[in-house]
Write a protein that binds this ligand. Structure first.
Ligand code: PRX
Length: 657
């Protein structure tokens, strides 16, 4: 990579953990030494933190790469590990879920209560003919029953496919089809943005589209009543949760399943149009999800109140809402709605109400909080927070500093956690009691994880250089395949560095002079301008460093002269607009600003001031659509956008100029 991206790496601020934090931290420097001395032995130790019905004797079988087997001859029950064992240890009265509904209703669910509920649901599943290996689709709002549904499926050895509640009937149908689900668990609807957002009608639609022939794998639909909205009912197929679950027996002995028994499929978008069903299995996945939740989030289950804001429809909700925290016996907040409903301080009100100590969210959320302004969180008592986490995209140093000062009281450590749906659990992150934090860098591979940054030929680039992020050794929570498509699995992740046997993550990264890792965005988001490589991430970071800019997205647009040209879309801060009546001249200023921050090569050809950016429901900016606008094409498929109107608004704003 060119020197133009050096400016991010001149970050000199360092933040050591507060001494008291470091003294009590779960993750210690000794973990690195132990893992470096004996990587497999280290993971075997972590796996032994779980309850095994049959202890494993073999740690890793890598005899048929890239198809790994971890703890293969061991047997466990994932739900037993998340529930029964805590009750048996005398912690049944500990609260597992502090649930907050969007309208303000709430429920506290203890480990004993959640165990009882999951046992009943497991009995219902068995009555409905669900057996080990069968697939169950879950399409639910963020309510305790959603977590119970996942655990009940796991308890009977079946495989869940959680489909995010914001996906359309059509996306749900393709996912049900691909997995051949026998049962769908849903709700009438859930609360979102102040009103009931219906779910069951989308299930009806998805199933109707599939007809009733042999292709119709779904036999039943289990429905939780949450929204109270009117729904249609298919007798014989549809069942109310509140009728069948309380009526079922609460006696259910968890059976052991092999460590490599499939646990879930989770669909994620790839470079082609067809979503990939990422497959995860049981023992290795749970080992790494639980371990990372303990050491990265510094979880002390007896005292902490943990809140990961992810929806269970995404991998973060799987690993850091359902499996990791419950395997560790944590007490956690589960919130149904959006962070700004019914008022912009909703998240802070929840932190204050429950005394949240660990808060894990996405940079996109942090930036939207910044946009609203620090006066909103200032109205609440956030002093309980002692650790902050970030996930999903690079966090720009400005957002990092805001996060630390406004939410973390100027001292809470921040962990910037890099991982993917495919990796199953965190791979790169600081250990908060050990590592001196650097704003903007995800920093180092976790103990037991082997990461490198390499060139196109797989050669290490070395400190001070950029290249492609690879994982060089198998890890316990690695994906075991793409559902029904082993060739695509090999081709997508392993073919590029076939001879080295590396997993290619699809991300560009850079090692700084300390050997710390800086994620530079997906490699498909890296532009090539006049033969110089530029990172969209870096230019965005520069733009949001300008006092006028709340959010920015940068794309590389085809350009006759330079190959690609930088095109930026910026959302301007409300406070800036109030102060400056005219935005004339701002475009020029921003172009100059970027040139000044990074170098003339990075000066955007075009800067468009827009009111919103196109984002998926999980908050990722859809650069593909912006590239369409930047290149004057008709905008492509917008169905995965959270708000499908955004693109017509942006196109209007751009053409008007
Ligand atoms: O590009 C990286 C980015 O998100 C991708 C994985 O997306 P997904 O499978 O949806 O999982 C998101 C939640 C784990 C990665 O390839 N990404 C994730 N975390 C970070 C990140 N980029 C930079 N820094 C991170 N901390």
């Amino acid at each position: 990579m060119s020197s133009q991206i050096d400016h991010l790496l001149t970050e000199t601020r360092r933040f050591a953990p507060p001494a008291a934090f470091a003294a009590a931290a779960v993750g210690t420097a000794e973990l690195y030494e132990r893992a470096a001395a004996d990587r497999e032995g280290f993971w075997a130790d972590q796996a032994r933190e779980l309850h095994w019905h049959t202890p494993f004797t073999q740690t890793l079988d890598w005899s048929n790469p890239p198809f790994a087997k971890w703890f293969d001859d061991g047997e466990l029950n994932v739900a037993y590990n998340c529930l029964d064992r805590h009750v048996e240890a005398g912690n049944g009265d500990r609260v597992a879920l502090l649930w907050e509904g969007e309208p303000g209703d709430d429920r506290r669910v203890t480990y004993a209560e959640l165990t009882d509920e999951v046992k009943r649901v497991a009995n219902v599943l068995t009555e409905l003919g669900i057996e080990a290996g069968d697939r169950v689709a879950i399409y639910m709002p963020m309510i305790p029953e959603a977590v119970a549904a996942m655990l009940a499926v796991a308890r009977v050895g079946a495989v869940h496919s959680v489909v995010f509640g914001g996906f359309s009937a059509d996306s749900l149908r393709t996912r049900i089809d691909d997995a051949g689900a026998k049962l769908v668990i849903t709700a009438d609807g859930g609360y979102r943005k102040g009103k009931v957002s219906p779910l069951k009608p989308a299930v009806d639609q998805a199933l109707a589209d599939r007809g009733s022939g042999p292709q119709q794998s779904v036999e039943h639909v289990l429905v939780v009543r949450r929204g109270g909205n009117d729904i249609e009912w298919t007798d014989g197929r549809d069942l109310w949760w509140h009728e069948v679950v309380p009526a079922a027996s609460a006696e259910h002995e968890a059976q052991p399943f092999p460590a490599e028994n499939p646990l879930f499929i989770l669909y994620t978008s790839g470079t082609t149009g067809k979503p990939k069903g990422i497959l995860h299995t049981s023992g290795g996945y749970l080992t790494q999800a639980a371990f990372t939740n303990r050491v990265v989030h510094d979880l002390h289950p007896e005292t902490d109140v943990y809140w990961c804001t992810a929806d269970i429809g995404w991998v973060t909700g799987h690993s850091y809402v359902t499996y990791g925290p419950l395997a560790n016996g944590a007490t956690q907040v589960l919130y149904e709605g959006t962070p700004d409903t019914p008022h912009p301080g909703r998240s802070w009100e929840i932190i204050q109400k429950y005394g949240v100590t660990i808060y894990y969210t996405a940079p996109t959320a942090i930036r939207s909080f910044m946009k609203v302004g620090r006066q909103v969180p200032a109205e609440f008592d956030l002093s309980s927070i002692r650790l902050l986490g970030s996930v999903g995209e690079p966090i720009n140093p400005e957002a990092w500093m805001w996060y630390r000062s406004v939410l973390g009281g100027g001292e809470a450590p921040i962990v910037d956690t890099w991982w993917q749906t495919e990796t199953g659990a965190i791979m790169i992150s600081a250990l908060p009691g050990v590592t001196e934090a650097k704003p903007g860098s995800a920093q180092v591979a976790l103990p037991g994880i082997s990461i490198d940054v390499v060139d196109e030929n797989g050669g290490p680039v070395g400190e001070g250089n950029g290249g492609l992020l690879v994982i060089t050794e198998p890890w316990p929570s690695m994906l075991r395949g793409i559902w029904g498509d082993p060739d695509r699995f090999v081709e997508t992740y392993w073919a590029k560095f076939d001879s080295q046997g590396y997993y290619f993550a699809g991300d560009g990264a850079r090692l700084d002079d300390d050997g710390d890792i800086w994620l530079m965005g997906r490699v498909d988001d890296v532009m090539n301008v006049s033969g110089h490589r530029l990172s969209t991430t870096e230019i965005e970071s520069a733009l949001v460093g300008n006092e006028a800019v709340a959010e920015a997205a940068v794309v590389g647009a085809a350009d006759e002269a330079t190959g690609q040209a930088v095109v930026a879309f910026c959302v301007i801060k409300q406070s800036y607009m109030t102060k400056h009546e005219e935005l004339d001249g701002l475009v020029g200023e921003l172009r100059a600003w970027v040139a000044q921050q990074i170098g003339a090569i990075a000066r955007p050809r075009d800067v468009y001031l827009v009111t919103e950016l196109p984002k998926t429901r999980s908050g990722k900016i859809m650069r593909r659509l912006l590239r369409d606008v930047a290149e004057g094409r008709e905008v492509g498929d917008t169905t995965t956008l959270a708000d499908t109107m955004v693109m017509s608004t942006i196109s209007g704003q751009v053409t008007k100029k």
